[in-house]
Design a protein around this ligand. Structure first.
Ligand code: XMP
Length: 512
């Protein structure tokens, strides 16, 4: 394990991911964790992340006492670099020469970190304070125009540091610097491979559930629940029952993907509930977005509970499988064994009074790792690479009342947009592209010699890292043109296609 000590920057998760990309397992811990607790995790190396404060600021996070005396190889980045310098007797000062963004770096001594790398490289900087003198026993290995001490190391003590951010892609050789620290500086081995990850996770589930335990898992059609279910299936076979509530609000082909392709690929024991009619009648006449979400969430839980009762009639079920990911665990403070789902965000969020022990085989994984694990487990690619899709589904992409006819219209338009984006090779580049039907809006058009009075659909392609913020994607005009032409030709009720050019904030990604 490599511990990434989080000094409060949004960079800690990125660092942890980059470490794993070097095939070394990493975990994020808070900077307030005492050193004994860190050592109990038997770390091979420790990385100190960047952070927003100045090391001199009041209340600035401190390096845990005794960290540099543990003998565990340690790598300080940005704030971590300055904190290391300050703790070990170097000096850190506000020189007035801040650096932000791409900055040329000169390697003055290769050492371990820059071994074999070009003497001049561009690195990503973001700092106001600078290290003005390295601690005794440290060799300065790189500098920039504004920052003479931009990297230093003391290989005898296993201590390394850089002022720049090796974890961001704008640092040309950042990944190599990190790899050098991990392999040469800390003696880590690249053993964190997808095959091992899947095998370990399967073994852990086997241990947790025991030889006779039974589990259920709700499938949403999304990648997380699918991968979690496939792992648990591999561990306990048909002692797992999956429940798929088809609420009739999925996109074209998605229910079939779960019921046929997923089952064929995994051999999962699947319990399908076709609840489309029930959801439609519950949604009849409802136009308020929050009201829709509440109704869909409520109906979902009721249907799931009924299915669960049927399954429990065949014998007790002690475990509930959930596709909780590592970022959710970290963001909610980590640690405990409770579900950390953002409840308003998950139609699969289950009632609290259900007494199950949770099985969360993806708790240590990032999204991209979940996708790789899905590939390793042989899941259908369309499922593994599916873009984020909200739990309430197309129900919140029809502005106005949700009806069967409107769902059918939207499903057709959405399928065309997805097909063309994927044909243009953009579906992995774009974060997601909701297609929204403005069901209560009509506009005049002309097709052939006839006047039409149809509905507009909105294309909402966005790029994002984590859906917290987003920008509208610059999809090439010819791709947009094809989507527009095909939708207006092939979906009779639609006579206008419009593009949403708003970032988030001020807008959200979804329209409701
Ligand atoms: P917004 O519209 O809030 O969406 O910018 C951010 C991300 O969350 C997804 N989303 C949901 N996902 N249940 C979900 O599982 C929901 O109720 C829900 N609402 C929004 C949305 O698709 C985007 O990826």
């Amino acid at each position: 394990t490599v511990l990434v000590v989080d000094f409060g920057a949004q960079y800690a998760q990125l660092i942890a991911r980059r470490v794993r990309e070097c095939h070394v397992y990493s975990e994020i811990v808070p900077s307030t964790m005492p050193v004994e607790e860190m050592l109990a995790k038997k770390p091979k190396a420790i990385i100190l992340s960047g952070g927003p404060s100045s090391v001199y600021a009041e209340g600035a996070p401190k390096v845990p006492d005794g960290l540099f005396e543990t003998g565990v190889p340690t790598f300080g980045i940005c704030y971590g670099f300055q904190a290391m310098a300050q703790t070990l007797g170097g000096t850190v000062a506000r020189t007035g020469l801040a650096e932000f963004g791409g900055t040329p770096l000169a390697v003055v001594s290769e050492g371990v970190l820059f071994d074999g790398l070009p003497e001049r490289q561009s690195v990503w900087m973001s700092h106001g304070d600078s290290v003005t003198a390295a601690p005794d026993g440290f060799r300065v290995t790189a500098s920039t125009e504004a920052t003479p001490v931009a990297a230093f190391e003391n290989p005898d003590r296993g201590l390394y540091g850089v002022q720049f951010h090796p974890e961001v892609l704008h640092s040309e050789h950042g990944q190599a610097v990190l790899r050098h620290f991990l392999y040469e500086g800390a003696g880590c081995r690249p053993s964190w491979t997808m095959l091992n990850i899947v095998e370990d996770a399967v073994e852990a589930v086997r241990r947790q559930v025991g030889p006779n335990g039974r589990a259920i898992c709700g499938l949403s059609g999304g990648v997380d629940s699918a991968v979690a279910a496939a792992m648990v299936q591999r561990a306990i076979g048909d002692r797992l029952t999956c429940v798929f509530v088809d609420h009739g609000l999925l996109r074209k082909g998605e229910a079939e993907q779960v019921e046929k392709d997923f089952v064929a690929a995994t051999g999962v024991d699947l319990h399908v509930v076709d609840a489309a009619e029930r959801f439609l009648s519950a949604l009849a006449g409802v136009t308020d977005p929050e009201e829709k979400r509440k109704i869909i969430g409520r109906e979902f839980i009721r249907v799931f509970e009924e299915a669960q009762r049927e399954i429990m009639a065949e014998g007790p079920v002690e475990f509930l499988v959930q596709g909780t990911l590592y970022p959710d665990v970290v963001e909610s403070g980590g640690g405990t064994g409770t579900a950390n789902i953002k409840s308003h965000h998950n139609v699969g969020g289950l009632p609290e009074d259900m007494k199950f022990e949770l099985v969360e085989p993806l708790r240590t994984l990032f999204k991209d790792e979940v996708r790789q694990a899905g590939e390793e487990l042989g899941l259908p690619p369309a499922m593994v690479w599916r873009q984020p899709f909200p739990g309430p589904g197309l129900g919140i992409r029809i502005v106005g009342e949700v009806t069967k006819e409107r769902l059918d219209i939207l499903r057709e338009a959405d399928a065309i947009a997805r097909e063309e984006l994927s044909r243009a090779g953009l579906d992995r580049e774009i974060w997601q592209c909701p297609v929204v039907l403005l069901a209560d809006v009509r506009s005049v058009g002309v097709q052939g010699d006839e006047r039409t009075y149809g509905h507009p659909v909105v294309l909402r392609p966005v790029s994002s890292e984590d859906a917290m913020t987003a920008d509208w994607s610059r999809v090439p005009y010819d791709v947009l043109a094809r989507i527009s032409t095909r939708i207006t030709n092939e979906v009779r009720e639609v006579n206008r296609v419009v593009l949403d050019l708003t970032s988030k904030p001020p807008a959200t990604i979804e329209w409701e």
